[in-house]
Structures are given as structure tokens and as C-alpha cells.
Design a protein. Structure first.
Length: 316
């Protein structure tokens, strides 16, 4: 679909996109839509297909099948227009390590026929945090500062759609929090943002999310709606010997699933077959000590594991 984009069209429209590398299917019939001005998250582990999807949508590689548009432009026919209207921040720091902060920003603005001065208002909140180090080489920056520089370079040509591939991987918690605050401000300025992350806790910061695993979308909705649909009885279980506890929980028929979550194990239970007191007595009989069992509300991560398990069972 060539020509000028229509204002009523979505920022991203992806239909049945698939991509394989040899026998490995990186994306399997992926479809989704992102509205203009939306902050949309793609949440999943490493190797799920997030980077492949981003590279297709930013016209860096071709899909094997399917179609997609960005700001109304076809990713194959209109790739030049997309490269002008899209900003892309890859997961791996890809700026010029030997150039200074200021030189990198000036260079990327020039590539798009822009100047830092004319679009400074868009990057001001971000760039002013690293401006005191504008003469420092990019390779000498900390992880959080590299992140801010890369985002500034992705924004300096004033894109309408911003693609951020795992932007907070490998940075400290404070920088992660600051980064998401910057994204909220960009959204308020009308920039559409598509962000991927392996961190499930970041899902709640998005307007809508897609959970992805093995190249397939498990579900698409608001984070709260995904949590609301979790219908299983969920308990957090801990004891002194967590490895033994995990193994023993796996062999109890009334327990449907068991996953390690930090200092506890999260289990889904058929509560018609098992009560908390019955489980505690059973575990005490297996020599467990300091047992604690608490009913809990599901998180996005719980939903992800449950959807993964349901999807695996449906494919058997």
C-alpha cells in the first residue's frame, strides 16, 4: 500500500507476519495493532521473537509472509518513508563508541536532514541529564547514560513512532525507573511507543501488552485485564529447603502447576481436592520445616506461565 498515510489509520498494523531462520521459526503468524499515541509493550523472554519483529517493522529485514504498516506506510513498498517517521533503539548499544555524546547526536540528526536545535524540545528532558558529559566518548558512558543517549539519537529526527527493543536490559533499577518516566512524558507529547522487555514487572507500565513466547502471541490486552482473567487458585509456598519443596510439590496430584518465584514457589491448586491446612500437614509429613502457605493475587508473570502451559497443552 503506497502513498500518503491517512490520519485515521493506526500507528502499527501487523497481519499474520511470520519469519524463520532455517528450521527455527522466529515469528509464527503474529498479528496485532497499535493505536496512535499508545504505549504498547511486547513482553517475553530472550529468544521469543521480539527483536525479529522489531527489525521487520523497522524495515531492516523482510518477513517470510504477512503484511504490516507503520503510520499507514507499507513496510516493503514504503520503507523509505518508514525510516523517516520511525525511531529505533536496538537492544544492543549501537552508537559510535569513539564519538562524543554531542557528536553522536549531531550525526544522527544530520542523517535525517535535521538539526539538534530544531528538535531539541522533544529530547530536552532526556538529553539535559547527559548534557554535562557531552564531550565524553559514548564508549565511556555508564549503562544508564548510554541508554539516554541512544534514546536521544532515536528521537532527534522527531519520529511519530518509536521502537524500543529491550531498552532497560542491563541497567540499574534507578535508571530503569527514570527511563519509564521518560517514556510517559514522550507519550504525552503524542509519540507512539512500541517497547519490548523481558521484565514482567514493566508490563504494568504499558497501556496494552502482548505476551510472546516461541514466536507466538499468547494474548493481547491491558495488563489489568490479563490479570483479571486469571481464574486459578494461586498460593505462595515457602519452607526451609526450597529445592526439596519444589520437587515435592510437583508430585502432589491436586497441584496443577508450580513455578519458582524468588523466595517462594507459586502453585495453582484444585481447591476442591486440597486445602492450605491439608497441604501444610502433607509437607510436614515429608519433613519440611518453617512452612508458609499464603493465598495471593496473580501477577503478569503468573499469567504468562499459565498461558504458556495452556498453550503447550492445546498443541499436544
Amino acid at each position: 500500500m503506497g502513498g500518503e498515510p491517512f490520519s485515521q489509520m493506526r500507528a502499527i498494523d501487523c497481519k499474520s507476519v511470520s519469519k524463520s531462520y532455517g528450521k527455527v521459526k522466529a515469528l509464527d503468524n503474529v498479528s496485532f495493532e497499535v493505536d496512535k499515541g499508545e504505549l504498547f509493550g511486547i513482553i517475553g523472554p530472550d529468544g521469543a521473537g521480539k527483536t525479529t519483529l522489531f527489525r521487520i517493522l523497522t524495515t531492516l529485514i523482510l518477513a517470510d509472509s504477512g503484511k504490516a504498516t507503520v503510520d499507514g506506510y507499507d513496510i516493503v513498498l514504503d520503507y523509505k518513508q518508514i525510516r523517516r517517521c520511525a525511531g529505533y533503539m536496538p537492544g544492543r548499544f549501537s552508537l559510535y563508541q569513539d564519538l562524543s555524546v554531542e557528536e553522536n547526536l549531531t550525526f544522527f540528526a544530520a542523517v535525517f536532514g535535521a538539526t539538534v536545535k530544531e528538535n531539541y524540545a522533544l529530547i530536552e528532558d532526556i538529553y539535559k541529564q547527559i548534557e554535562p558529559f557531552k564531550h565524553r566518548r559514548a564508549g565511556k558512558l555508564s549503562g544508564g547514560m548510554k541508554q539516554k543517549l541512544a534514546l536521544s539519537c532515536a528521537l532527534v529526527h522527531k519520529p511519530t513512532v518509536l521502537f524500543l527493543d529491550e531498552p532497560t536490559t542491563g541497567v540499574d533499577p534507578v535508571s530503569r525507573k527514570e527511563f519509564w518516566e521518560m517514556l510517559k512524558r514522550l507519550k504525552q507529547q503524542g509519540v507512539t511507543i512500541l517497547v519490548s522487555t523481558p521484565y514482567m514487572d514493566e508490563a504494568t507500565l504499558c497501556d496494552r501488552i502482548a505476551l510472546i513466547r516461541n514466536g507466538k502471541f499468547l494474548t493481547i490486552d491491558t495488563p489489568q485485564e490479563i490479570v483479571n482473567r486469571f481464574s486459578e487458585t494461586l498460593w505462595a509456598v515457602s519452607a526451609d529447603k526450597m529445592s526439596k519443596l519444589y520437587a515435592d510439590l510437583q508430585h502432589i496430584p491436586a497441584i496443577k502447576s508450580c513455578f519458582a518465584f524468588g523466595s517462594t514457589h507459586h502453585i495453582t491448586v484444585d481447591d476442591n481436592m486440597l486445602t492450605i491446612s491439608e497441604l501444610k500437614s502433607h509437607l510436614e509429613g515429608l519433613s519440611h520445616t518453617n512452612i508458609e502457605i499464603i493465598p495471593i493475587e496473580a501477577t503478569i508473570e503468573d499469567c504468562f506461565f499459565q498461558l504458556t502451559m495452556d498453550n503447550s497443552m492445546n498443541n499436544e
